[in-house]
Write a protein that binds this ligand. Sequence first.
Ligand code: UDP
Ligand code: MG
Length: 316
Amino acid sequence: MLISIVAPCFNEEEVLDRFHERLQNVAEELLPLGHDMEFVYVDDGSRDRTLTVLERLAALDARVRYVSFSRNFGKEAALLAGLRHASGDSVVVMDADLQHPPDLIRPMAELREKGFDQVIARRTRTGDGRTRTLLARLYYRLVNRVVDVELVDGVGDFRMMSRRVVDAVLDLTEYNRFSKGLFAWVGYPATTFSYENAAREAGRTSWSLRGLLNYGLDGLLSFNNRPLRAALYLGMGLLLVAGLYTGWIVAAALVNGVQTPGYVTIITVVTALAGVQMVMLGVIGEYTGRIYYEVKRRPHFLVKASNVDRTKNLIP
Ligand code: UDP
Ligand code: MG
C-alpha cells in the first residue's frame, strides 16, 4: 500500500529539512509493514527559500514530489494541489511546521487497516491562550447549530484518508474551499483520536486575528444558506412587531388625539431598522460574493515549478 503525505508549505525553510527527516524515519518504520511512502510538498508561493529546499530534497530523495505556486494562493489551494498530485492508496494531510507529529502516521495506518476511510487526529488545546480556547469553544457551539456537517473543536486537516475519500474531495471543485467542512461532508466510516498539541518548531504562524475571524465566517457561510433564512425570519418578525406597534399608535391617537412628541421613538426605530437592514444586506452580499467567485471559474492555483508531470501524475 502506498501512503502519500501531503504538506502545504508557506515560508517553512527553517523546518522543512527536519520535517522531511522525521517523515523518512516513519517511512523506514512502515516499510517492513508493507507500506511505501511518497511525499507531496506544495510550496504556496513562499517568500523565503522553501522552493530551494524542496528542490534539494527532491534531488536527494526520489519519493519527493513538489509543486510550487506562482504566488501565495492560500493553504486551501495548496491542499487541493497536494491532493491532486498524490497517487497513494491512503493520503495523509499534515502541516509542515511539525505541529502535526509525524509519529502519529503509524497508528493512523493501523487504524486505516481496520477499515476506516478517514482517521482523524484531534488536537487538544494545551498551550493555546485562554481567550482563544474559550472563543473556539463558543464558535464551535454556534457553528454546529447552524451548519449541516459536524465540525469538531480541535479537528483540523491532519488526517489519513482512503483513496475514495480523496477522489470524492477532488470532485468538489468549488472555489471557496473550507477543507474541514469538505472532509466532513464526504463522510464514509471515520474514527477520531486525540493528541497533545505541540507548539510550532520554528517560523511564525501565518494566522492573524482577522484571518481567523474570516476563516470562522467562511465556516459559517460555506455550507448552507441558513443565515439567509435567519435574515428572512428576522424580517418577518420585525414586520409583525411593526404592525402591532402601528395598530397601537393609531388606536392611541384615536382615543387621546395626536401627540406630536415621539422624537426618541422615531430615531430609535429608524437607526435600529437601518442596522438590521445593513446586516441583512451584508449576509446577502456574502453569498453574492461567493457566487461571483464561483462563476468566474478561475483555476485554484498556478504552478511555477514542479517535478511532477501533472498529465501523467509521474515524475518525468
Ligand atoms: N500554509 C500555506 N499557505 C498559507 C498559510 C499557511 O500553505 O498561506 C501552510 C503552512 O506552511 C503550514 C500550514 O499551512 O504547513 C499551517 O499554517 P500555520 O502553521 O501558519 O497555521 P496554524 O498551525 O497556526 O493553524
Ligand atoms: Mg502551524
